[in-house]
Design a protein around this ligand. Structure first.
Ligand SMILES: [Zn+2]
Ligand SMILES: [Zn+2]
Length: 104
């Protein structure tokens, strides 16, 4: 009786760990720049597909092609397509924490 309860609680724990891992993986994916494939540095968001890029990567890409690197929307006016999130304290904190987690 006791043994089976123990087994069950272990199972639940594993399940929670697994779910946490999936959430972490999703979080890392959302915080990874699709251009350089690294965790985002100075996050900047585009309005066309709500994708976040590093400021530098996006400027470099738009400078060459004038297209959104994700959805290929033509970007003629930076100001109207880009949501500057570089000052987002929340995003910076989140990225910093994920970086630290990856380094452990
Ligand atoms: Zn990048
Ligand atoms: Zn886009």
């Amino acid at each position: 009786m006791f043994e089976s309860t123990l087994k069950n609680s272990n199972l639940i724990n594993n399940d929670v760990t697994f779910k946490k891992k999936i959430i972490m993986d999703n979080l890392i994916t959302s915080l990874t720049c699709p251009i350089c494939m690294e965790l985002i540095d100075k996050p900047i968001e585009v309005k066309c597909c709500n994708q976040i890029f590093c400021q530098q990567c996006l400027y470099h890409c738009i400078g060459n092609k004038k297209l959104c690197p994700m959805c290929r929307t033509s970007i003629t006016n930076y100001e109207s397509y880009i949501i500057n999130t570089t000052s987002s304290v929340f995003l910076h904190k989140l990225i910093k924490e994920v970086k630290e987690l990856q380094n452990t």
